[in-house]
Structures are given as structure tokens and as C-alpha cells.
Design a protein around this ligand. Sequence first.
Ligand SMILES: CC(C)(COP(=O)(O)OP(=O)(O)OC[C@H]1O[C@@H](n2cnc3c(N)ncnc32)[C@H](O)[C@@H]1OP(=O)(O)O)[C@@H](O)C(=O)NCCC(=O)NCCS
Length: 170
Amino acid sequence: MLTVVQPDYVIRRAVAREQEAICRLVRGERLNPHHLHFENFAVAVRGDELIGASQIRRHPDGSRELGSVVVARPWRGRGISARIIGTLLKSETGTVYVITRRKHADHYASWGFVAVPPRTAPRAIRFNYRVGSLIGTVMALLQRRPVNRLTILRRPDVQDRSPKMSRHAL
Ligand SMILES: CC(C)(COP(=O)(O)OP(=O)(O)OC[C@H]1O[C@@H](n2cnc3c(N)ncnc32)[C@H](O)[C@@H]1OP(=O)(O)O)[C@@H](O)C(=O)NCCC(=O)NCCS
């Protein structure tokens, strides 16, 4: 995979020495703390500092899930997350799923992701969706705030993708 150089940070595949920093960044935002293997990650790095990360999880049932989407607070709003996701998806020819808040689904449309009924998703994706929904609902009730509903989005494999589906590279 190509290394993409930006003015003050670099986006590339993660390396072994970044394992701990990846876990810290992802868990610091209370995202799914499991299956954080550096081999699956692309990262944004400034000098020695890890400022963003995302991964494609490879589940035992063969499904693939974009997840652990995170950028350090001072670096948000500059397109870093979008570039990390683009870097990961560039080399994915198969179907990829992402579980996200419903209100954020449009953000992923630019890569060709569309909402699908949970029952049509592979077992591992359905499982993460249910666990995420349950935890989100419990947290919202405890914090007395509205529940952020989740949705499952699917990006078809390369044969089923139409060039019109994506503003980003297919
Ligand atoms: C979500 C997050 C990764 C975005 O990082 P970023 O580098 O600022 O994103 P970008 O600059 O590429 O894109 C910014 C825009 O996309 C939206 N966006 C980017 N990634 C998103 C995501 N995963 N879910 C929802 N919206 C997202 C932002 O709300 C913003 O929208 P706006 O420009 O209309 O205000 C960052 O805010 C973060 O780490 N949040 C905490 C962890 C989190 O909630 N992750 C998402 C789990 S599904």
C-alpha cells in the first residue's frame, strides 16, 4: 500500500511498535476495545505521535468490518479520518461493513456504503451491532440522554460496485 504524505502528518499501515498507542487511542474514546491488532490498522502519524487510526477487522466468518475510527481531539476536522478510511478501503476488493450511528450514515455514502437490514449482515457483524446497540442504550439511559441509534452499512465487493456509487476511489 502507498504511503500518503500530508504537510504535517503521514498516513500509512501501522507497524508492531504502534500496538500500544493504537489501543490507548481507541480505548480512550470507549470504542470497541477488542480485536485491536496493528496488522489490520492504518494510522496517521506526526513524528512519533499517533494522531489517528482505523482498521478493517477480519472476522472468523470471513466478513470484514471497518471500525476503530478515531482521531486525537486536537487533530479533528481536518479530513484525517477520511484519509485513513480511504487508505484502508483502497486495497479492499471484497464486501466491507461498518456499524455507525444512523445520523452519521451519510458520511460513509461517499465510499459507496449503503444501509442494509441487520438480518442480512453476516453473523459477526450482527453480533457487534447488537452488543453496540445494547451498550449504547444502557449508557444513554444511565446518562439520561437520547439513545444514539446504530445502523449497519455495506459496501459491495468490487464487481457489484458502480463508479457512480462512490466519490472516493473504488
Ligand atoms: C469521528 C472522528 C474519527 C472524525 O475524525 P476527523 O478526522 O475529525 O474526521 P474528518 O475531518 O475526516 O471528517 C469530519 C467530518 O466527518 C464526520 N465524521 C467523520 N468520521 C465520522 C464517523 N466515523 N462517524 C461520523 N461522522 C464522522 C464528522 O462529524 C465531520 O462532519 P462535518 O465536517 O460535517 O462536521 C473523530 O471525531 C473521533 O475520533 N471521534 C471519537 C471516536 C468516534 O466517535 N468514532 C466514530 C465511531 S463510529
